[in-house]
Ligand binder design. Structure first.
Ligand code: UD1
Length: 348
């Protein structure tokens, strides 16, 4: 298939591009480099051993999107482009509604006009908010608690409505839990921008010496060691799910066992296993062979104590299971973090 990958130089998009190329698909990548760099394009091509077609494009530019989709002869779209920070979305909701929602409306309007009917959308477990029951299934209530989460839920709703209106349109929303890790080649991974918000990117910067100490946000939760529990999943496992999702969408084979009547479905992508902050820290110490100082501080507002996925629907619909364990996630993340730290040292 000729597959448009939006946000191709971002964290998940770049890993998905490598897996798509490995599976024999052609990648037509777009990015506006608002949170990534051009070097990632070459890194994708080196990791996959194949070239991609690339267009620099901001999806808020509706005419540009229409022009690209009108000419590119696409079979499918993998839509990753968007902002993803909860705190930033609270401070600047307009940025999130334009970059995540307006951009998606432009993209799917052009897809509809050009009869590009196969879509996989990068969603998040954040659409569930603070789930009442664990593990989190796809039937759990959609109740996002941040502007970021609401933009993901809105775009899922848009796709569901579009699939209802256009019988040939089919879309899968993949709801990621906590993706970490990097490609085993060390060529691509999550490039940190400023102070990391997420746990593992922060831990890695303590390991490289860029930051002094990890602040653990609370150790008085009702969990075995008192710290929050999340479902960490290797980014390469997440990337592989996209290839399977794309193929399921094209064959229209998903949804036979659940409530898909209109060609729209949503799947959780997690391991089904929770790890605490201290367990992740221990795994990172093992992977990095560095001491990694930490201190316990106050809880972070808005954090739920425990969230982990029920991933059985992704297994039954796609034959997908997360295969890589926490130590592998931390080892691969560290490998990439060291490469980035070396490159930054070379530049300065
Ligand atoms: C966050 C986002 C979520 C997004 C996901 C992407 C919030 C509230 N949620 O999830 O919407 O989809 O990232 O991966 O931002 N922690 C520390 N110290 C730190 C950083 C984190 O103790 O310096 C703890 C947090 O309290 C949390 C755990 O580590 O318990 C994981 O945090 P994080 O990596 O930010 O992920 P989530 O909050 O689960």
């Amino acid at each position: 298939m000729r597959v448009l990958v939006t946000g191709v130089t971002g964290y998940i998009g770049s890993h998905a591009a490598v897996e798509l190329l490995g599976a024999g698909h052609d990648v037509i990548g777009v990015d506006d480099f608002s949170a990534s760099t051009i070097e990632t394009r070459q890194a994708i091509e080196r990791a996959a051993g194949r070239k991609i077609e690339f267009h620099e494009l901001d999806l808020r530019d509706g005419k540009g999107v229409e022009c690209l989709l009108g000419h590119a002869e696409l079979d499918a779209i993998l839509h990753f482009a968007g902002r993803k920070f909860v705190g930033e979305s609270v401070a600047n909701p307009i940025r999130y509604y334009t970059r995540n929602v307006t951009a998606s409306v432009n993209l799917f309007a052009a897809a509809e006009r050009n009869a590009i009917n196969n879509v996989v959308f990068s969603s998040s477990c954040t659409v569930y908010g603070n789930p009442a029951k664990l593990p989190v299934t796809e039937q759990s209530q959609i109740a996002p608690v941040s502007p970021y989460g609401r933009t993901k839920a809105v775009v899922e709703g848009l796709l569901q409505d579009l699939c209802h209106a256009q019988p040939k349109m089919r879309a899968l929303a993949l709801r990621y839990f906590n993706p970490i890790g990097a490609h085993p080649s060390g060529l691509i991974g999550e490039i940190p921008w400023g102070t990391p918000n997420n746990l593992v990117p922060y831990v890695m910067e303590v390991a490289t010496g860029e930051r002094a100490v990890l602040s653990v946000f609370g150790d008085d939760y009702n969990t075995p060691d008192g710290t929050c529990v999340r479902d960490y999943v290797h980014v390469v496992d997440i990337a592989k799910a996209h290839v399977l999702a794309l193929e399921a969408v094209r064959r229209n084979t998903f949804g036979n066992r659940f409530e898909n009547r209109d060609g729209f479905g949503a799947l959780n992508l997690g391991t089904g296993h929770g790890s605490s902050v201290l367990e992740v820290l221990d795994a990172c110490r093992t992977a990095t062979q560095r001491p990694i100082a930490h201190q316990v501080v106050a809880r972070r507002p808005g954090d739920a104590a425990v969230i982990y996925a029920d991933p059985t629907r992704a297994a039954s619909e796609l034959g997908w299971r997360a295969e890589l364990d926490l130590i592998t996630m931390c080892t691969d993340h560290w490998n990439f973090a060291q490469n980035i730290a070396e490159q930054q040292a070379d530049v300065s």
